[in-house]
Design a protein around this ligand. Structure first.
Ligand SMILES: Nc1nc2c(ncn2[C@@H]2O[C@H](COP(=O)(O)OP(=O)(O)OP(=O)(O)O)[C@@H](O)[C@H]2O)c(=O)[nH]1
Ligand SMILES: [Mg+2]
Length: 404
């Protein structure tokens, strides 16, 4: 009997190689998912290890059988002998697998690759389908925890902290590689803090001239403008003007006007490009002009393009993309990319008071590669806006600190 192991990417590849190298009478003894050794293997897709066997003698006999037109009974006997032999190998294989501490035993079963009859391809197809179902059922059973990570692969404490705080899996992988590459004597936790701090970029924006807020609907653009206006006009005594180009949403104009009235600030509504020029001109005396825009879905490229013409008219490098920390990770990525054409140069993360974990800040900054200017921590105008240092953001992400 010949027994051969194949490391392949798909069962199809295994079937082709087995049929080519061992012939049509080969049987699959076992198959299991494995990772390539080393760190590369940890991050790469799993391969399949397939063990197949073929009975030499039986092969010869079968060929003779076909040539000599033997009876069906004889053929059945030959197959039974073959199966008995294979059973032995399966038993041995099972013992080997259960002795292995590294990889869990997945399953062992005998699958005939094909028989010699005219129904060869039909049988092969049905067996492959059966095997596919079995493999998928087994892999679902084995990988319930985190996508792409086998259960046998125990999470380190560092990974657990990051997962618990909603840092996304891609960032966790990058962080783990960086920690591994740090060959200093520091503890992993100390290394983690250093890595996180390097990933978090904050800026202290100059709150002068024209400042534009852009972002999806309901993230807190208008409220953030009101908070900044309050801080600049009331606390710092600066001349502040407010402009809104949000004439789309019912009540949007009234919302900002109400703040302008309370703080006694000049206020203009912009309906078209001409209005924009005029509004900006009318506020030439103001040290700071805060410009509110319509919340748009990043998926609507037309609306974003329209917004771009207004933003370009403002002619400023002070453009803040406002994002809510409660937005799903994947949606956040689309928003960050969708708004790039507006050339925003800072990020404001809002609603930190509504979340218990702060990994989203890291996820946002890593995707955008644009620094953070402010965080918003509640609905109170003007108090609930903050500038955070990279150190305090690291503490939040690690769950050492909290907003409320
Ligand atoms: N909890 C909490 N609520 C906030 C925060 N910032 C804004 N809000 C609330 O979120 C809601 C929407 O805020 P807006 O300022 O109107 O949001 P917007 O981005 O201007 O919305 P659109 O103009 O419709 O696109 C309001 O109820 C705000 O009070 C925050 O940091 N925390
Ligand atoms: Mg608004």
């Amino acid at each position: 009997m010949i027994i051969k192991r194949y490391i392949v990417n798909t069962m199809n590849e295994a079937m082709t190689r087995i049929r080519y190298e061992l012939g049509r009478d080969a049987v699959i003894i076992s198959q299991r998912k494995i990772r390539k050794p080393g760190i590369k293997g940890f991050f790469s897709a799993k391969s399949i290890e397939v063990t197949a066997a073929v009975e030499n003698e039986v092969n010869d006999k079968k060929e003779n059988t076909v040539n000599n037109n033997r009876s069906n009974n004889e053929l059945n006997n030959i197959e039974l002998n073959s199966i008995e032999a294979i059973k032995k190998v399966v038993q041995q294989e099972n013992e080997n697998i259960s002795n292995s501490k590294v990889v869990q035993k997945q399953n062992s079963s005998v699958h005939k690759v094909s028989n010699q009859s005219d129904n060869n391809s039909e049988n092969l197809m049905s067996e492959m389908m059966e095997m596919k179902t079995m493999i998928s059922a087994l892999s679902q059973k084995r990988e319930p925890a985190i996508a792409g990570k086998p259960m046998g692969n125990k999470k380190s404490d560092i990974e657990k902290i990051l997962i618990d705080n909603d840092v996304d899996s891609e960032n966790i992988e990058n962080i783990m590689v960086k920690i591994k590459n740090d060959k200093t004597e520091k503890t992993d936790f100390e290394k983690l803090k250093i890595v996180l701090k390097e990933m978090i970029h904050v800026i202290k924006p100059k709150l002068q001239g024209r400042i534009v807020m852009v972002g999806p609907t309901g993230v807190g653009k208008t409220t953030t403008i009101a908070k900044l206006a309050g801080r600049l006009a009331l606390a710092e005594g600066k001349k502040v003007g407010l402009i809104t180009v949000d004439t789309y949403r019912i009540g949007a104009v009234e919302q900002l006007k109400a703040y302008a009235d309370i703080m006694n600030l000049p206020f203009k509504v912009v309906y078209n490009m001409n209005d924009m020029d005029k509004a900006i001109e009318s506020m030439s005396e103001c040290e700071v002009v805060l410009i509110d825009t319509t919340g748009r879905s990043s998926k609507n490229k037309m609306q974003i393009a329209e917004l771009r013409t207004f933003v370009e008219k403002a002619d400023t490098k002070n453009i803040h993309l406002v994002l809510s920390s409660t937005t799903k990770n994947r949606d956040m990525k689309y928003i960050i990319e969708g708004y790039r054409i507006l050339n925003y140069n800072s990020i404001i993360v809002t609603k930190l008071d509504e979340t218990a974990t702060y990994g989203s800040i890291l996820n946002i900054l890593e995707t955008a590669k644009i620094p953070l200017s402010f965080v918003s921590i509640g609905q109170n105008v003007p108090d609930d806006i903050k500038e955070l240092s990279a150190d305090s953001i690291v503490s939040l992400i690690l769950g050492e600190d909290t907003i409320c």
